[in-house]
Design a protein around this ligand. Structure first.
Ligand code: SF4
Ligand code: SF4
Ligand SMILES: [Zn+2]
Length: 292
């Protein structure tokens, strides 16, 4: 009986540092993949640690930024709020991402129609197809505007049109065939969208009308926005200073009054990457005011 060859990457990595979490010796493959061993527990732990470190760094940047602005302008608002920031280039939607979306939609449409046929689909209770911000205060609406939709990154190439959310949308379109719904979604795919976000996430916002978005898209509120909502309702400030930060960098900052006047103090241009690789930057009018 011959001995089985051991893949070279599975050999203990001589001289490589042990797992940063559990201290176990690591294979060469593990050593080049990151600071931990391959165990899910260690990889999860290090991901949480990194997220906490980034959050701490963002909070420091937030404090410094608010202090600087206060010094320069006396005060930018009665309440300073930190939100995430959507920071990645806008690119022509690659064919490979479109194909992944088509595949995902086809799969979940088939399942949704099967579920409806066997009456296993979820009920429409709590369906959200309207604008969740319709009743929100202007400063609260401005949190998502300043952020630019960091949460949409999770939409990836499925846009949450999956086995949880798609059946609800299908039930809301009685009489429409799977083929028709499929075509409707494909027709809405934008020419350009953020490179590391949902395929429908464009520089101008979501390319889907609300009635075609998953329930979660019409109802989600991140922890930062929830905090802001609480602070706004407790303090009822006359004006708010919103600072959007991603990985220690201030992406945008705006002053918003309770009556909805929004003044940008900083707005990082969205990077546009052309297919040729050339970059073009859009210069914002940083001081212009608008109404939320
Ligand atoms: S819910 Fe949070 S992450 Fe999503 S757009 Fe609003 S502020 Fe950004
Ligand atoms: S469908 Fe629209 S709202 Fe939902 S994740 Fe994609 S871009 Fe965001
Ligand atoms: Zn480990």
């Amino acid at each position: 009986m011959g001995s089985r060859a051991v893949p070279v990457n599975a050999l203990p990595g001589q001289g490589s540092a042990p797992c940063a979490i559990c201290g176990a010796a690591r294979t060469r493959h593990e050593a080049v993949s990151g600071p931990t061993c391959a165990s899910l527990a260690c990889r999860t732990r290090i991901a949480i640690q990194r997220r906490e470190e980034i959050d701490k760094a963002d909070q420091n940047v937030f404090r410094q930024y608010v202090e600087q602005q206060d010094a320069a302008m006396r005060s930018c608002g009665d309440l300073a709020i930190r939100v995430p920031f959507m920071d990645c280039p806008v690119v022509p939607l690659p064919e490979r991402r479109k194909a992944a979306f088509r595949q995902s939609l086809k799969k979940y449409l088939r399942r949704a129609f099967q579920a409806i046929g066997t009456d296993e689909s979820v009920s429409d209770d709590g369906e959200a197809t309207g604008d969740p911000d319709a009743q929100a205060s202007a400063p609260l609406r401005a949190t998502c505007i300043a952020c630019g939709g960091h949460c949409c990154r999770q939409g990836s190439t499925h846009a949450f049109l999956d086995e949880i959310y798609l059946p609800r949308l299908v039930r809301g379109r009685p009489g429409d065939s799977a083929a028709r719904i499929y075509r409707d979604y494909l027709a809405r795919l934008p020419r350009e969208s953020y490179s590391e976000s949902c395929v429908f996430h464009t520089a101008g916002g979501c390319a889907l009308p609300r009635r075609m978005r998953a329930h979660i898209c019409n109802s989600f509120s991140c922890a930062r926005r929830q905090d802001a909502e609480k602070q706004l309702s407790e303090q009822q400030p006359a004006s708010v200073f919103i600072v959007a930060i991603d990985s220690g960098v201030v992406g945008s900052a705006a002053q918003v009054t309770a009556d909805g006047h929004m003044r940008w103090l900083r707005l990082k241009p969205i990077e546009q990457v052309e297919p040729s690789g050339g970059n073009e930057r859009i210069e914002p009018d940083e001081q212009s005011g608008s109404t939320v």
